[in-house]
Unconditional design. Structure first.
Lengths: 215, 215
């Protein structure tokens, strides 16, 4: 086994949905910077990045959010709390933004990217996928979540992804109502408390033979 | 920077959506085993694993699938092709399966897990989320996709996630119609062709200051 395989497998085995965070343990700034970078570098369909990541630092705001997430202690105790936002819809401004960024990063005339803009427009704005755009945007956000959870595990940072919250209340408290983004999923990050009983529980996974089928 | 941070950042920078795979380059079996393991160990809400992963090995089947994915060469040329399947709905059998596996992995009497079953039932079967269960299951599958893409990059395996395919035609060819799973997203894995022009293009990402907001 190569060292890369070994550290990947160890990280994925070590990871679990942390229930009790050590409220005094903070993620070091350089480590956190690497995790922010993993969010920025997450893949998305067409590279459209239909997301934003709110890092909730204000203690009082965390206290206000907590009752709208089944009062889970992770909301206030974890070192870092990220609310993953998804774009509510995709319009021509989104395409323009990506075309401009692409032309700039690759030193191209934007006109050279017209086929790319057309392809996205026909799929996401005029095509059948436009009717499911919230779902499409959510899917992309969950790629970022998967990337973040894996990246954190590799850096020995504990996480707890949280779907058990009220998006409506979060949107209200985070002043997202009427804006282009909505609360999609939440993730707490930090370090497990010494006493978290969940840390010691065996991981439950169906056998590979049931999950992976060859055709 | 720690070695873990360095290799993570290098992997995420190195990764791109590979357009041309080297059709002769195969992922070594032990490396592929590690990637399968990353699928099995992917996190999911409640640990419900509402997914299955079809590894398409049959060359003829790949040829048949290709026209239903915009004729993209990745479908036939990549070393490995995975169709990520999502469960169409969640019923009491799914909960039973998880409770049984959990009781067995953790040496508990299944009765001790009744609260857990109730919580899932109230959310996913009787609750408001039941109306959006396809979306919920898709989201989970995309966590697995994010995990897989990141794991592959860490092992220097190239990937191309593919949303541009016809789920209806894939379901037909993969004989999934009427079954409990549906085609959700596709991912090709292998090694980039020496001549893939996309490999050299600068990565396009919005600035961290636009994507990450502090509150």
């Amino acid at each position: 086994m190569t060292p890369a395989v070994e550290s990947l497998q160890a990280a994925l085995q070590w990871r679990y949905a942390t229930k009790q965070f050590d409220a005094t343990a903070r993620i070091a700034p350089d480590l956190w910077a690497a995790l922010e970078q993993s969010l920025v570098l997450s893949p998305s369909s067409y590279g459209l990045q239909p997301w934003k990541f709110l890092l909730i630092e204000d203690e009082e705001l965390r206290q206000q959010l907590r009752p709208h997430a089944w009062n889970q202690s992770q909301i206030t105790d974890a070192s870092h709390l990220v609310v993953f936002l998804a774009r509510r819809r995709i319009d021509s401004d989104d395409l323009e933004r990506l075309i401009t960024a692409t032309a700039s990063a690759r030193s191209l005339a934007p006109e050279k990217l017209e086929f790319y803009r057309d392809m996205m427009r026909k799929d996401l704005i005029d095509g059948p996928r436009s009717e499911q755009i919230e779902r499409w945007a959510s899917n992309q956000v969950y790629i970022a979540l998967g990337t973040f959870l894996t990246a954190a595990a590799l850096l020995a940072v504990d996480t707890c992804p949280i779907e058990g919250f009220s998006p409506a209340e979060f949107d209200r408290l985070l002043e997202l109502e009427g804006g282009p983004y909505r609360s999609c999923v939440v993730c707490a990050a930090g370090y497990r408390a010494a006493g978290d009983p969940y840390a010691a529980l065996a991981k439950v996974r169906y056998p590979a033979a049931e999950l992976i089928e060859r055709r």
